[in-house]
Structures are given as C-alpha cells and as structure tokens.
Design a protein around this ligand. Structure first.
Ligand SMILES: *[C@@H]1O[C@H](CO)[C@@H](O)[C@H](O)[C@H]1NC(C)=O
Ligand SMILES: *[C@@H]1O[C@H](CO)[C@@H](O)[C@H](O)[C@H]1NC(C)=O
Ligand SMILES: *[C@@H]1O[C@H](CO)[C@@H](O)[C@H](O)[C@H]1NC(C)=O
Ligand SMILES: *[C@@H]1O[C@H](CO)[C@@H](O)[C@H](O)[C@H]1NC(C)=O
Ligand SMILES: *[C@@H]1O[C@H](CO)[C@@H](O)[C@H](O)[C@H]1NC(C)=O
Ligand SMILES: *[C@@H]1O[C@H](CO)[C@@H](O)[C@H](O)[C@H]1NC(C)=O
Ligand SMILES: *[C@@H]1O[C@H](CO)[C@@H](O)[C@H](O)[C@H]1NC(C)=O
Length: 600
C-alpha cells in the first residue's frame, strides 16, 4: 500500500522508478527436492568443486608470486607443483567502519597484481589466495568488491564506485532532488518486504542505505540483488573462480541463553552457496538462496520456499548492524515518517543486555535442526554485527580444519585505542578456542606487548612454529603518509581523505613501499612456503630463518615501560611527536567516537 501512496510524492525524475525497489521483497518459489540443511562436517559439494577450479588458478599465480621474490635456495616451480596439497592462502579484513574498509582497500590493492605501481613485491597475493573474509566495515570492502565482479581498487577509484562525500543519511547533502528519491526508494523496498509478511527492522533501512554506496551500479541500488546470485551468474569472476571465495560474518545471540552476545554466540558465515556456522552450537549450513523459507529440520512445511531474502546489501547490513545506531544520533526530520516509525520502534530485545540492534532473520532456517540447542529452538534468528564479541577480525572461517589453510593475511583496523589496534581481536579469537571450544588459533601475547613490543608498529607473524594452525601474517593499521585512525563514526570522506586512507593502507602492508625493509616481500614469501616446507621436510633457508627471527613473535612478553603510540621501526618515525598535523595529513580527521561504548 504504502509504496503506492509514496508514488504520488515522486519528483519529476525520469530515471527514478520506485517500483524497481519492490525487488527487495523475497518471493515464493517451489522448493528444490531434499533437505536444505546439512551438518557442518565438511565443505559443501559446491565449495569443493569451486575450490578445485580456484586451485588451478592460485597455484600458478603462487609460482609467479614466488618467482618475483628474492628467495634464495628455492625452486618455486617444482616446490609448488610437487606440493603435498594446494598451498592455501586466506585474506581477512577487520571491522571498523569506513576506516576499516579504506585501510583494507589499501592493503588489498598492494596484494593485487592489477594495481598500477612498481614498488612492491606483494602483488599477486590476491591472485594466489583462495578465500577472502570481511566483517562489518570489512564486509563492505569484501561485499562491494565481490558484487561488483571483483573490480580492482584502482578501478574503484577511477570510476568512483565508493562516493563517500556525503553520509548515507544525507547523500544529496540536503538536495531534495537526490534525497527524496533516495528516501522513497528505501521506503518502497522496506514496505515491499513488510507487505510480503516478513519482519522488517532498522537493519533493513541501514542495509538499503549502504547499498547506495556499494551497489549503486545495480538497478534500484541492488534492491533485487542477492548474495547467492554470485553463484549463478556464469559470467562472473566468482563463478569462474578468478578471485577468492568471499565470506561475510555476523553473530547470533549467545547459545548459552543469557541473551548476550559473547564467545558462545554462533559465528555465522555467509558465502555465495550457504549460510551457517561451524560452531558446535549450530553446526549446520543452509542453502543461502533459500534463506527466508519456512523450514522445520531443513524441510519446508508450507509448500512454498522463498528466494531473495539474502539481499546482498542486507548481508553486509547484518554484518555491520552496529551502525544502525547512527539513526539514533542524527536528525531524521528529512526521513519519511514511515521509516522514522520503524527506526523509533526498533526492537531492542528485552533479553538483550547489550543495547544493540539486531537484524531480523526470520524465519530461522535452522529451526528444529538436528544439533539440538538454544538457537535451534527459536523461530527467528536475529543477528548482530560480526565484531560485537571483540573478535574484530573474522578469522573463524579461515581456521576451520576442513579448509586446511596455510597462511592468513589479516588486516586490523578495529581501532581499540584512539582508532589504533592493540591486538585485542587476535587475543579474543585465541581465547575463544579455550573458553568456548572455538577453532585452534596460534598463541598471541597480551595487549601491552602488542602495543609496546612493535607488534602493531610493523607487520608480525604468529604461529610460525605451530603445526596445527595456519600461520598468521598480521598487519595493524598505523600512520605513514596519512592518519589512518579516523573515528568509526566518521561517515563521510572527501575524495582526498579517501585516497589518503587507501594510500596509507598500501604503505602499511608493503612496509612503506619496501623502503623500510627491502627484504620484506621476500620474508612474506618465506611465510607463504613455510607450512609446505614442513610437510615436505624441507629445511628453511638461512634467508628465511633470518626473516622469521625478525618477524615472528618469539613468545616473549614486553615488560618495559609503556611507549605510548609506538609507531617504531619506520624511516619516518622520529617520534610520536613527528606524527602531527604539521607533518602528516589527516590528523584527528574524524568525528567524535560515537561507538565508544562498544569498545573496551
Ligand atoms: C637477495 O637476497 C640475498 C641474500 O639474502 C642478498 O644478498 C641480495 O642482496 C638480495 N638481492 C636483492 C635484489 O634484494
Ligand atoms: C607507495 O606506493 C603507493 C602506490 O603506488 C603510492 O600511492 C604512495 O605514494 C607511495 N608512498 C611513498 C611514501 O612513496
Ligand atoms: C532537525 O532538522 C530540522 C530541519 O532541518 C529542523 O527544523 C529541526 O530543528 C532539527 N531538529 C533538531 C533536534 O535539531
Ligand atoms: C522437530 O523435529 C522432530 C524430529 O524430527 C519432529 O518430531 C517434530 O515434529 C519437529 N517439529 C517441532 C515443532 O518440534
Ligand atoms: C589518532 O591518533 C592520535 C595519536 O594516537 C590521537 O591523538 C588522535 O586522537 C587519534 N584520532 C582519532 C580520531 O581517534
Ligand atoms: C621496537 O622497535 C624499536 C625501534 O626500532 C626498538 O628500539 C625496540 O627495541 C623494539 N622493541 C622490541 C620489544 O622489539
Ligand atoms: C610536529 O612535529 C614537528 C617535527 O617533528 C615539530 O617541529 C613540531 O613541534 C610538532 N608539533 C606539535 C604540535 O607537536
């Protein structure tokens, strides 16, 4: 109804068609045969088949990457071709709003062989990787690239895919000719979903709002675009396994029924084929395309399945659900009354001790599934931002033994201290394996050691000498040419700011374009081959031993005096004092931190 009433308000704007936003509503389809759920005891058949295609591309790319390095005593060609299994690399990007998205984009561009720059040996890591994961701000990076056919960051900038000059609540910068159709589009989409008898929440509004920035090239800002469509579009880079397997994560309420979000929350992964969790409390996956169908033990019971629930913007919006808070902090007088009502009526669950908004995934696709537990007994499955349990970097999908990953490249912009990272995310993932039976993660030090022992000032390797976890190559954000610790509440970036952040992200992972340590990319190569070397019983070269002694955390804890913001180990670093507005751009270039209450 509502969308039709709204029609009369449409300005004379030839390209704008509010009916197109109806595509946001899930649609009834006949059910495919069989049970739509499976137990999470293996990779899906679809992922296995996809991975086979992907491996045939990553392994040659890996040879090219390794040959470009200055690895002594190594024959990359025969090493990779005679490997005991395909060497499997995963990339992961933390949450932290646009800060994380832009820092992550800089890192990704350094890993991408397509990037136009000639001062960096890390190019090709993207082409050699099998998986790419993001949560919250990191999910915007992974999601928007995946949906836009994995265009390069160079192309993102050239074509201005991410126009961040105006915040999502006011894209037209008070210009009604832009804002009114924008609000009407969102209203029409939310109304269409609600009229199809699905619960809507403020997360839907948020999802549609970010869609304009990330999916703006699609009809009606991607209102009809599903995440699972990646798997069916035969022309796409994903379908052809030209790029890594994109995963986005979010969290459920705790399975120990306190209603909290904590280590006992199931970590949900969304991939183009499935959504679900490897965690014992859920331990199931459902075919993503049919999420939204009424299922009992994986079998539909009303004679009708549903597709279209897994809207790509809604998947990103679920992962970044914490940012729905912005609607409570800005002046919404320009918003249509209908949306204001949903926003003001947002369900903050009575049993939810944290006052966070959850994205409604209702019906719960895991209802009455075999792994009996709290989550299976609920008819809905509300989800929160993937970073609420302090695991700001989505490691879990990459730690599953079924995926057998050798090396994880982790970019951290979770920003615990003044927008800088202090290693908390790794500590949380490490702790979760102990308290909540999470997957194995290498030992990591305490926050004080991260901050003061040069583990956030420069890249660090964790788990170098472990045998049952992947090796983690960790990059905490730090300043070089731009203050990359902008507030998570900074919702608009000028072109200049955006490029400054991306450039700095590039410099972080390349160690200032290879200038701080000319051997850095070679050391990364040592990390990449080390697990397979061990499997083959091949000894490390002296060069690699030397790299490991420089970059591996050696198990010691720092006990000296606090060093404040420790941006050591840089040719640029005279002292923290050096990094001020006089010398480096972007100082304190952020809004006030509105999200402090979710930070430690
Ligand atoms: C390559 O590595 C060797 C041994 O570590 C070193 O002596 C040489 O200078 C390096 N060459 C370049 C171009 O980095
Ligand atoms: C590092 O390389 C990037 C990409 O080519 C470039 O934008 C940046 O200016 C370089 N930084 C320095 C300090 O040379
Ligand atoms: C919100 O914006 C409207 C229109 O710009 C203005 O009239 C109103 O006073 C604002 N409300 C607050 C609380 O600032
Ligand atoms: C749940 O599953 C059990 C066992 O398959 C079945 O007997 C029952 O009818 C199902 N539905 C509900 C609502 O419990
Ligand atoms: C960025 O870091 C500097 C130094 O740690 C700090 O003074 C500044 O407040 C931070 N900026 C933001 C937006 O948090
Ligand atoms: C960290 O780096 C600084 C500067 O390079 C160095 O003086 C200090 O010893 C290093 N600290 C540790 C714990 O390695
Ligand atoms: C900024 O750094 C420069 C160079 O290190 C120094 O001369 C200047 O006093 C610093 N300014 C502030 C406000 O710290």
């Amino acid at each position: 109804m509502l969308c039709y009433i709204l029609l009369f308000m449409v300005p004379a704007n030839a390209w704008f068609n509010p009916f197109a936003y109806d595509a946001y509503a899930p649609k009834g389809v006949s059910c495919p045969p069989g049970n739509l759920l499976r137990t999470a005891d293996s990779l899906s058949n679809e992922e296995v088949a996809w991975l086979e295609k992907r491996n045939s591309k990553t392994q040659p790319a890996l040879i090219t990457f390794l040959l470009g390095l200055n690895l002594t005593d190594s024959d990359a060609q025969s090493f990779v071709t005679s490997a005991t299994k395909p060497i499997t690399l995963g990339l992961t990007f933390s949450g932290g709003s646009y800060r994380a998205m832009l820092n992550g984009a800089g890192a990704l561009s350094a890993f991408d062989a397509r990037t136009a720059s000639d001062d960096n040996g890390l190019k090709g890591i993207l082409q050699a990787s099998a998986y790419i994961v993001g949560l919250s701000g990191g999910s915007w990076l992974v999601g928007s690239l995946a949906m836009n056919d994995f265009i390069s960051i160079d192309e993102v900038l050239e074509t201005n895919l991410w126009d961040l000059r105006h915040s999502v609540v006011d894209p037209g910068f008070l210009n009604p000719f832009t804002n009114v159709p924008y609000y009407i589009g969102i209203s029409a989409a939310v109304a269409a979903k609600a009229l199809s008898a699905f619960k809507v929440s403020v997360a839907d509004i948020w999802s549609l709002a970010i869609s304009r920035q990330f999916l703006g090239r699609f009809k009606a800002d991607g209102a009809g675009l599903t995440y699972s469509s990646l798997a069916s579009n035969t022309e796409s880079a994903f379908y052809n396994a030209d790029m890594p397997f994109p995963i986005i994560t979010a969290l459920t309420r705790s399975s120990n029924s306190t209603g909290q979000v904590n280590y006992y929350s199931a970590i949900i992964e969304f991939n183009p084929f499935e959504m679900g969790s490897w965690d014992a409390y859920l331990n199931s996956f459902v075919q993503l395309k049919y999420a939204g169908s009424l299922l009992d033990g994986g079998v539909n019971y009303n004679g009708n399945c549903v597709t279209g629930f897994d809207n790509a913007g809604f998947v990103m919006g679920t992962s970044s659900c914490v940012f729905t808070a912005i609607f409570y902090l800005v002046n919404l007088s320009g918003f249509p009354k209908f949306l204001q009502k949903i926003i003001n009526g947002a369900v903050i669950y009575p049993y939810e001790n944290l006052k966070v908004v959850m994205a409604e995934w209702d019906p719960n696709p895991f209802f009455n599934s075999t792994a009996t537990g709290y989550l299976q007994s609920q008819t809905n499955l509300p989800m929160v931002d993937g970073g609420i349990d302090y695991e700001g970097i989505p490691f879990e999908p990459l730690l599953q033994p079924e995926r057998n990953i050798d090396v994880i490249f982790a970019q951290d912009s979770s920003g615990e201290v003044d927008g800088w990272s202090d290693g908390h995310s790794l500590i949380a993932t490490h702790d979760r394996q102990i308290v909540a039976n999470g997957p194995k993660f290498p030992p990591v030090p305490n926050v004080f050691t991260f901050r003061n022992g040069n583990l956030t000032a420069r890249p660090a390797f964790f788990g170098c000498y472990e045998s049952d976890t992947p090796l983690v190559v960790y990059f905490a954000s730090r300043p070089f040419s731009y203050w990359s610790n902008t507030s998570a509440a900074k919702l608009s970036y000028s072109e200049y700011e955006k490029r400054g952040m991306i450039r700095n992200g590039y410099e972080v992972v390349t160690r200032l374009n290879g200038t701080i340590d000319p051997e850095w990319s070679t050391c990364v190569g040592c990390a990449v081959i080390s697990r397979e070397q061990r499997r083959q019983g091949v000894a490390q070269s002296d060069q690699c031993k030397n790299c490991f002694s420089r970059y591996c955390w050696d198990g010691t804890l720092y006990t000296g005096p606090a060093r404040g913001d420790n941006f050591a180990d840089s040719s640029l670093t005279e002292s923290t004092q050096y990094y001020n507005s006089t010398n480096v751009e972007g100082f304190n270039d952020g809004g006030v931190s509105l999200f402090k209450r979710w930070q430690r």
